[in-house]
Design a protein around this ligand. Structure first.
Ligand SMILES: NC(=O)c1ccc[n+]([C@@H]2O[C@H](COP(=O)([O-])OP(=O)(O)OC[C@H]3O[C@@H](n4cnc5c(N)ncnc54)[C@H](O)[C@@H]3O)[C@@H](O)[C@H]2O)c1
Length: 445
């Protein structure tokens, strides 16, 4: 493969055959994702919000006018080649679950009923102690967590065989677990496996899935703020398996707005004294987050954003004293149609105060579904290109991007986008774009 700069891109195995997308959780996000892909495949809708399907990428100089679609530039699995599977402790098939979640209107779900009914959740690795507000009957049982992982691994192999998939990826789109901190048993694969065999509490269900995925050679994306693959043992396993991992917590709604707005205010050197964010939402996710322990996991993920974007250590006068508060309120009448309010207190020239009010009438799962698609396709690309371990270039999709130990996460949406596209250019041996406009400065040398 020869790029425009004469560099040879990486050897990337072609995206031939079927790609199986294995979803943990068959709730609002997963069913909206699956229904959306199927409706695009049937020509009923466009994949709006998906970078892999709709975004272009500029190659070479601005004067070259070369801007192919991302999906024509890098080799990605085609939507027609996707197969789906899911685990959930609630036994509803994808059609029933989509109806219960109520994200999509009946006129959008009913025409897809035949397809959606075919996706029935496999019994889950589930333990109520980690998601307190949920009960489920479709649950695996075993002597210990290592055996539970073995059962998941059998599910993975069976699905691959039955659907004739060539490659698989796993995406966590299940509930947010209680807040957990790294424990000594997470230090190495050996200590992790020993802890699984001993049913240690520090091994959450999400970790059992991630372990099974990596052991079976599947990339893993973490759409919730759970600890899951953010521990040394899982990264050791990802390296051993040669598989990519990424997380955490899909960037949608309020945090998306925050990472769009805050970089702009900072670019103009406007100060901030406070940022109050509150949400009302009434879906199952909202109910789970009503438990203080699950909320703490989410809160940690939402709070880190501003500090990393604004760099108060570099700009103490502007950002050294911000009061940042995030609330989530469970309010059933609102369903999946969350409302997120932000009240931003900023100051400008001569210290004069100003305010910005945002009232985002978001639809959570409508914003999350294309992220699931993009992560599945990009992780599959990463695996075929031989990338393994943490995929920082996918930070664009996450509230709380996973980074290598010792690095701080990049939260600014525009830097994240730049990194994503430059990684794709680099992968294909194309010149990376710096926006310097060197063609115009050439005479100065
Ligand atoms: N919707 C968004 O915009 C958004 C954004 C960021 C993160 N997330 C996260 O994505 C996840 C899914 O969100 P949602 O709105 O679809 O929630 P949801 O409650 O509708 O669906 C989650 C599903 O996961 C299942 N589940 C719980 N524990 C499980 C386990 N151990 N194994 C398998 N399934 C399990 C539940 O039964 C439920 O059906 C949540 O963690 C949420 O915090 C969502």
């Amino acid at each position: 493969m020869q790029g425009s700069n004469g560099n040879t891109g990486l050897e990337i195995a072609p995206a031939e055959g079927k790609l199986g997308v294995m979803l943990v959780g068959l709730g609002a996000v997963s069913t909206t994702f699956i229904a959306g892909v199927e409706s695009v495949r049937r020509g009923l809708n466009r994949p709006i919000g998906s970078i892999t399907q709709m975004s272009t990428i500029r190659l070479g100089k601005r004067t070259d006018h070369t801007t192919p679609l991302v999906k024509d530039f890098v080799s990605l699995a085609a939507l027609e080649d996707l197969e789906f599977a899911a685990w959930d402790p609630i036994p509803d098939d994808a059609y029933e679950s989509a109806k219960t979640c109520g994200v999509l209107k009946p006129e959008d779900v009913d025409p897809l009923a035949d397809f959606l009914r075919g996706i029935r959740p496999m019994p889950a690795v589930f333990d109520k102690r980690y998601v307190k507000k949920l009960d489920g009957t479709n649950v695996k049982s075993a002597e210990n967590k290592l055996e539970l992982a073995e059962q998941l691994r059998e599910d993975i192999r069976r699905f691959k065989e039955e659907k004739g998939c060539d490659r698989l990826v796993m995406v966590w789109a299940a509930s947010t677990e209680v807040f957990m901190e790294p424990h000594e048993v997470h230090a190495t694969v050996d200590s992790f496996e020993k802890a699984m065999a001993e049913n240690h509490d520090a091994i959450a269900p999400s970790m059992v899935y991630a372990y099974a995925a990596l052991k079976e050679g599947l990339p893993f994306a973490n759409g919730a703020p759970n600890l899951t693959v953010d521990v040394p043992a899982m990264l050791e396993l990802a390296d051993e398996a040669g598989m990519p991992v990424c997380g955490k917590d899909f960037k949608t709604g309020q945090t998306l707005m925050k990472t769009i707005l805050a970089p702009g205010l900072k670019a103009r050197m406007l100060g901030l004294s406070g940022w109050f964010s509150t949400n009302i939402l009434g879906n199952r996710d909202g109910e789970v987050l009503d438990d203080p322990e699950s909320f703490k996991t989410k809160e940690e993920s939402k709070l880190g954003v501003l500090e990393h974007i604004l760099q108060p250590e570099l700009y103490p006068e502007l950002y050294g004293n911000i009061y940042h508060k995030v609330r989530i309120n469970y309010y059933p009448p609102r369903g999946d149609n969350k409302e997120g309010w932000d009240s931003v207190d900023l100051f400008g020239w001569m210290g004069y105060p100003m305010q910005i009010k945002i009232d985002f009438l978001a639809r959570d799962s409508i914003l999350a579904a294309p992220i699931v698609l993009d992560l599945a396709l990009f992780l599959d690309l990463a695996a075929r290109a031989g990338f393994h371990g943490i995929q920082e270039w996918l930070s664009f999709f996450f509230k709380s991007p996973q980074v290598a130990p010792g690095l701080y996460p990049e939260h600014d949406l525009f830097i994240q986008q730049w990194k994503l596209k430059n990684t794709l250019r680099w992968l294909m041996g194309e010149e990376q774009i710096t926006h310097l406009g060197t063609e115009y400065y050439a005479d100065y040398r």
